[in-house]
Design a protein around this ligand. Structure first.
Ligand code: AQP
Length: 328
């Protein structure tokens, strides 16, 4: 039996990047041969300043989006990180098996700390990959489906696990990141050299909850490249290649099929079609989301039950670790 584990942090509204790069693919791993665990890492959300009310609301929003994407509580464990204290405890232990140098090389920290300036360079932002390692390692996760931006963190998790295993004997399973063919790195609509992020400014992303009108307008305003051809080439035509990947993610068409369909057609028409396609897909997802989100009691009971099941697994692993390193 293989364990598949992944999560989404409540730091803003879910974007089409989070959807196409991550949660759209997660339900496919739910099968009787897999143990699937999905979580909302709400403690990770503390690395970005936001109101307590926003963190709470967004945590429940994300649980509702997981259900909307097709994660079923009867097949998967759905948990909220702060409800399973073993995550924080293993985090502190693992902090002592990773160096400042390794964490300084994480590109997400470099990108975000540059954007946020000295005031935003919190210690939590610096060592959140270690909390992520604890999240993954507590459940003997074999596969971690993520967008490309998180691959480096999963590799760091492997390094930490490997180091610990060498010192104390087999303890942790070495996890592997899995990324989708298209949508693994959806880029910002107004700057195709940076990835789309939910904590960035609103013109750079499309949120899953956005109105059709706003979605169409955002794609109309999206930056394009200098010539007029709809052709996929990430290095020469990064903006249009990004839009084509989004089109592929929502339509199921291949990049070649999209190129053929839009041969001789200009950017304006393509961007308009992409806006309408995305708006149509989002409107159907939004209907399901509303159904789940309006039942807060139902959401709470799903995460209470999931977090209890998760605690049973996580506490066992934590005891094993504490035993091995001499903590009573
Ligand atoms: N632009 C993206 N393209 C493809 N996949 C993406 N993911 C995030 N952005 C993109 C994937 O979504 C999953 C959940 O990510 P997360 O919310 O836990 O953290 P993140 O990677 O830091 O996402 P954001 O949107 O950039 O959040 P903020 O702005 O708060 O940092 C992960 O699998 C991620 O790879």
């Amino acid at each position: 039996m293989k364990t598949v584990f992944s999560g989404l942090k409540p730091t803003g509204e879910m974007t089409i990047g989070n959807y196409l790069g991550a949660i759209k693919h997660w339900p496919l791993s739910q099968s009787k041969d897999n143990r699937t665990i999905f979580f909302v890492p709400n403690s990770h959300a503390l690395t970005v300043r936001q109101s307590p009310e926003d963190i709470k609301t967004r945590t429940l929003d994300l649980v509702a989006w997981l259900l909307t994407a097709g994660i079923e509580p009867s097949k998967s464990i759905i948990l909220v990180q702060s409800m399973v204290p073993a995550h924080a405890e293993l985090f502190w232990i693992l902090d002592n098996y990773v160096t400042m140098g390794e964490l300084s090389r994480m590109t997400q920290f470099k990108d975000k700390s540059q954007k946020l300036g000295p005031e935003g360079q919190l210690v939590g932002l610096f060592n959140y990959p270690v909390l992520m390692a604890a999240d993954i390692l507590l459940y003997d996760s074999n596969e971690v489906p993520v967008g490309e931006d998180q691959v480096q963190h999963v590799e760091l998790t492997r390094d930490i696990a490997n180091r610990f295993n060498k010192l104390y004997g087999e303890t942790f399973v070495l996890p592997k990141a899995t990324i989708p063919n298209y949508g693994g790195r959806v880029m910002s609509l107004d700057n195709p050299s940076v990835k789309m992020s939910k904590s960035d400014h609103p013109d750079s992303y499309v949120a899953l909850g956005e109105s059709a009108e706003s979605v169409v307008n955002k794609f109309k305003r999206a930056v394009t490249d200098s010539d007029t051809q709809i052709r996929y080439n990430k290095s020469e035509k990064p903006a249009i290649s990004n839009l084509m990947e989004i089109y592929a993610g929502f339509s199921g068409m291949s990049l070649e099929e999209i190129e053929n369909k839009y041969e001789g057609i200009g950017y304006g028409e393509f961007k308009n079609d992409l806006g309408e396609l995305t708006a149509e897909k989002l409107s159907s997802l939004q209907k399901d989301f509303e159904k789940y989100r309006s039942n807060e009691i139902g959401l709470m009971s799903i995460i209470e039950e999931g977090s209890q099941k998760a605690s049973a697994i996580a506490n066992k692993k934590l005891s094993e670790v504490k035993n091995k390193i001499g903590l009573l």
